[in-house]
Design a protein around this ligand. Sequence first.
Ligand SMILES: Cc1cc2nc3c(=O)[nH]c(=O)nc-3n(C[C@H](O)[C@H](O)[C@H](O)COP(=O)(O)OP(=O)(O)OC[C@H]3O[C@@H](n4cnc5c(N)ncnc54)[C@H](O)[C@@H]3O)c2cc1C
Length: 485
Amino acid sequence: MDRRTVLRAGAGAGAGLAAGLWAVPARAATAAARKDRDWAALKRLLGGRLYFPGDPRFAPLNLPANHLYSHRVPAAIACPRSHEDVLATVEWAGRNAIGVVPRSGGHSYAGYSTSDGGLLVHLGGMRDVTVKGTTLTAGAGARLLDVHAALKGTDLLLPGGYCPDIGVGGLVLGGGIGPATRSHGLTCDSLTATTVVTGDAYTAHCHENSNPELFWACRGGAGSNFGINTSFTFGLHRVPKATAWYDLSWEWKNAARALKGLAELIADPRYRRNLTCRFGLRTAGGRRVYAQGLFFGPEQTLRKLTALLRPRTSVTGTAGIQDCMHRFYETAPGDPYLAGSIVAGADLGASVADGLVDALGSWKPASPASRATVSFFAMGGADTALRPADTAYVHRDATFIVDLAAYWSDTDPSRVADAGRHRLQGLYRGLSKDLGTDAYQNFPDPGLKDWQTAYYGKNYARLQTVKKTVDPGGLFRYPQGITPA
Ligand SMILES: Cc1cc2nc3c(=O)[nH]c(=O)nc-3n(C[C@H](O)[C@H](O)[C@H](O)COP(=O)(O)OP(=O)(O)OC[C@H]3O[C@@H](n4cnc5c(N)ncnc54)[C@H](O)[C@@H]3O)c2cc1C
């Protein structure tokens, strides 16, 4: 059985098959660590686009969105421009026994697209996005803003996230939640095909009928586990020419009431598919509660619904879908931060709302820049159309995904970071008592215990089998990376 047949056969095929996979030579693992790597050969393969520390292009390419990890320095940064460049780079890395870290948008919370001493593969030269009919194809390094630009003026939607700078790659590989999740599903639910340069330097074209196990793993198994995805093909959703949107805020004294009202509205079965929502609490610029989202129905009905919540400010409108997305843009602040998440399986109870308001109400900033945010992504709509084992994204029964973060500035002393960490840990402990410890793999927390269960649940073992198939030598590895079965 050749290796491609093995990939197609899938993980459920039994131990004999797995034994065949183990026979694939694990070049990266067995080669002795070499100091005398043939960097000149890689530079030639990449037409010169290989940069070392000291090169003026190195530092800007190396800077991640989360500055907590900006001190990490890879041995070199490769900048491929094509699938063939990526294939040559991965092949070279395997031969030269150096770990590979791909970077698309660089927005990993936990700095998982940074490296100390490895080879950073910066995919920013592969940002092409093409649209044909209702099919969109994005290059390895495309960002959400490239997708929005390609769809501008159309009534076509790819359900994405809030930040325009996040990479489509990192987003879709870990799931992808955002303004249209309840109405149209996760980003990974719209993926119809992807091409991967696997850890053992093969090209795998993946869709439902080709390399189905790897295709399954690429929909929620998170980035940098199986190889480098060089292209992503999505089926787009046609939406009404105009969609209603809303943006609300409440004063802090009404925070608990606002949270409870929002939780009730979101749990109402009449609005599970047509009302999307992200709401949360912020301590910066005066504590406040906010909520925003889309409504696939008349704006007049939306106004009646939002009025019931008695917000202090309420803005609604009706616009083309890309304009709606633009309205929700939220970019990374370019500061250091710590973050974590909880995937909740129950509705938000009154005690959780009260506890949260108490905790953030007493959050004392340790410096002018230090602040905290807690955001709730409402789930429980189109995202539940698939079952937990249908894709590697397992959290199909979620009601909310909670995103917790503490920020400070690059120039703050370490005590400010320590204070943020301490408060965030307290907040997490309090919330997880009520909401559980499942977590969203795209909001990774490096300190999370049993992250395998938290991110992947029962799908973890199957992911490990895929890992063993395509990256047996662990060329792609990081602290919360999937390990071979
Ligand atoms: C400001 C901000 C807003 C966010 N908003 C949302 C949101 O609304 N919804 C949501 O779901 N998430 C959101 N996220 C989280 C985001 O989805 C994840 O951090 C995602 O992994 C980022 O992808 P990236 O390509 O930008 O990051 P990167 O750091 O480049 O990549 C993330 C991981 O994927 C790997 N990777 C990247 N590209 C590839 C590729 N082509 N092939 C293989 N592996 C690859 C990297 O090595 C790394 O392990 C947000 C993050 C930030 C910082």
